[in-house]
Each structure stands twice: as C-alpha cells, then as structure tokens.
Design a protein around this ligand. Structure first.
Ligand SMILES: Cc1cc2nc3c(=O)[nH]c(=O)nc-3n(C[C@H](O)[C@H](O)[C@H](O)COP(=O)(O)OP(=O)(O)OC[C@H]3O[C@@H](n4cnc5c(N)ncnc54)[C@H](O)[C@@H]3O)c2cc1C
Length: 314
C-alpha cells in the first residue's frame, strides 16, 4: 500500500490554535512529515486530521537562557547542526546531527518529530537521554515537564496524551562537562546499526574526591599506579545514551553508575562499555547479529566516553 487513506488537513496559526485542533479525536501533529507521511502511506498510521505546525515560528528556536539550552520542537535537524551555541555547550548534538540521514531529511525533519516518533533507531532520543534533557509538553490545561528519560514508553510510544504537543526541550548547561556521539551505520545517511552518546562531568584537577566529595577515587581497573601529577580527574556524573540496541529508555544506566567516582581513564571507559554491552537488548536483524551489536556498543561507548573526556572544558 503506497497511498494514505483520506485525511483532513488543518494548518495551525498559533500553538493555542494547534492545541484546540488537537483536542478533536484522531488528530495527529504534522511536523517535518519524514516519518509520519511514510507511515501513512503504509497505513501504519491513519489519522483523520493532520494538524500542520510548520508555520509556528514560536516553536522553531535554539537559545541559551537561564543556564539552559532551549530547543523548540520545530527546530530542524539542520538548525541544530548549524547552531553554534548548541555545538559549544554540547558537541554531542553536532556529532549526532552530522550522522542523521541526509541534507534533505535534515532540512525538514524536526527535533520534536524525532523524539515523538519514538523510533528505537532515532539518534536524538539517545542524545537527549544522555544529556538528561527535559521535555516541555503543552496541552490546553497548561504545561508539564517530563525528563526525556521518562518520555518514551516503548517503541513508537511516548507520554504525550491526545490533545497535547511537545513544545520544547531544555538541557541544563553545567561547567566541567564534555560530550560526544559515535555511530556505526551500513552506509552514509543510514540508520544506526548501533550508536552511543556520552556526557561526562569531571571534578576539577586536584580535587581527587570529586566536587565536595573528599573521598579518594575508586580504582579505574588494571591501569596500575600512576604518579599524582598525571592522575586523570574523577568522574562526577556520567550520561550514556544508546541507539537501536534495546536499551531501556535509551539509557545505559548500569554503566553510568559504574563510572561515578572513578578516574576518567581508558580502563574505566572500556569497563563501562563492556557493562553497557552486557545490559542492552539488541535484536538480530538485517543490520547484524546480536553479538556484533553488543561488540559495537562496547566499543562505541568507550570511544564516546574518551572523546567526551577530551572535550571537557573546566
Ligand atoms: C530517508 C530517511 C532517513 C532517516 N535517517 C535517520 C537517521 O539516520 N537517524 C535518525 O535519527 N532519524 C532518521 N530519519 C528520521 C528523521 O529524523 C525524521 O525527521 C524524524 O523521524 C521525524 O521528524 P519529523 O519532523 O519529520 O516528524 P513527523 O514525521 O512530522 O512526525 C513524526 C511523529 O511525531 C509526531 N510529532 C511531530 N512533532 C510533534 C510535536 N511537536 N508534538 C507532538 N507530536 C509530534 C507526529 O504526529 C508523528 O506521530 C530518517 C528519515 C528518513 C525519511
């Protein structure tokens, strides 16, 4: 089936107008349309009314405000890729956006659509989980905030209720952090076979127990004893997001817990990668068998962590 069933079309002129249109049954937001339209053609989605939000410039912004990076749901992939402020605060966004599809998809596809589609292979879902973003959801009764780590209920399912829309994503910007994203795809522009995003917050050099901690760092593994002047900093917090490998809420929680309080060295990162690989649930498919995907998770997680650590700006 290549033709959508009959559908009504409404173009929203404001967020309030969109919300009033969405209050009717069987309506669906139309953003970039790069996931929804193909699903309608295949009759996997059969909304009765499409509410086009493409005219809502009030949802198309990227700005630093009050210690948070704020990204409107209608910001396009290309906007995020070209945003200097987003790249400075979180290089992980530019790493990931360079790998999302191709320029045509990036010019139309939106950040909000990527999150709301809740495809297990969507790169930005893992990225926003890694940076511990907050989703701002609007309905006719007002606004609610949901951590992105709680936003996805499962494949193609989110916490967005009928009548609501995702308005914005907010990311707290903290000093001493670095971030990176590493993806393997079968060819340029393809969906991930597997990918990993990492965000690290390191204690300042010299405070071996971490910020306010005072405890000595846990051993990093088989790295051996190193002189104090070359001791790598301690990890205060870690965020790890995984794409396309069945990680619950796109998060490698066990690997994150393992890293906190350890020295930021290659042994710690390799061990965290192994833990992430052990705890995810990749499915064998046309992109590869399960053991190959676990191998990728271990390697890509370690690489993303190493790169994130190297990018930390004190
Ligand atoms: C050829 C191709 C290759 C691709 N490759 C990749 C890739 O490598 N990596 C990757 O991550 N993605 C990839 N994508 C997906 C791309 O990122 C899409 O842009 C994204 O899936 C959906 O964004 P959209 O704006 O087009 O959403 P739409 O298709 O318009 O909407 C998707 C879903 O989200 C809902 N929705 C949209 N916006 C909102 C909102 N603000 N509030 C509530 N609900 C909303 C819609 O109702 C719909 O259910 C690819 C897509 C294509 C066509």
């Amino acid at each position: 089936m290549q033709v959508p069933s009959h559908v009504e079309y409404e173009r929203a002129t404001s967020v309030e107008h969109a919300l009033s249109l969405l209050s009717k049954p069987e309506t669906r937001v139309l953003a970039g349309g790069h996931s929804l339209i193909p699903m309608m053609k295949l009759r996997l989605a059969q909304p009765e009314v499409l509410v086009d939000i493409n005219g809502l410039d009030e949802l198309a912004f990227i700005a630093l405000h009050g210690g948070q990076l704020r990204i409107g749901a209608l910001a396009r992939h290309a906007d995020l890729l070209s945003s200097a402020v987003a790249g400075e605060c979180f290089p992980i966004f530019h790493d990931a956006e360079r790998e999302v599809a191709d320029p045509i998809v990036r010019l139309w596809g939106t950040v909000g659509g990527s999150l709301c589609q809740a495809d297990p292979s969507e790169d930005l879902s893992a990225v926003f989980a890694a940076v511990r973003a907050i989703a701002v959801i609007r309905g006719q009764d007002g606004e609610r905030m949901v951590p992105v780590r709680d936003f996805h209920l499962g494949p193609y399912q989110t916490v967005i209720r009928p009548g609501e829309l995702l308005a914005e994503i907010r990311v707290p910007v903290l000093p001493g952090t670095g971030s990176a994203y590493q993806k393997v795809a079968r060819r340029v522009g393809d969906w991930s076979v597997a990918a990993a995003g990492a965000v690290l917050r390191l204690a300042p050099q010299g405070s071996r127990g971490g910020r306010g901690g005072g405890q000595p760092p846990r051993a990093g593994g088989s790295g051996g004893v190193v002189p104090p002047e070359t001791t790598p900093p301690v990890i205060e917090s870690a965020g790890i997001g995984l794409t396309a490998v069945g990680a619950e809420h796109f998060v490698a929680a066990e690997a994150e817990d393992f890293l906190v309080g350890r020295v930021a060295d290659h042994d710690s990162f390799a061990a965290a990668g192994a833990i992430a690989a052990e705890h995810c649930q990749p499915a064998a498919d046309q992109r590869g068998p399960e053991d190959f995907k676990r191998h990728l998770v271990a390697e890509l997680t370690a690489r993303a962590l190493r790169r994130a650590a190297a990018r930390v700006i004190p």
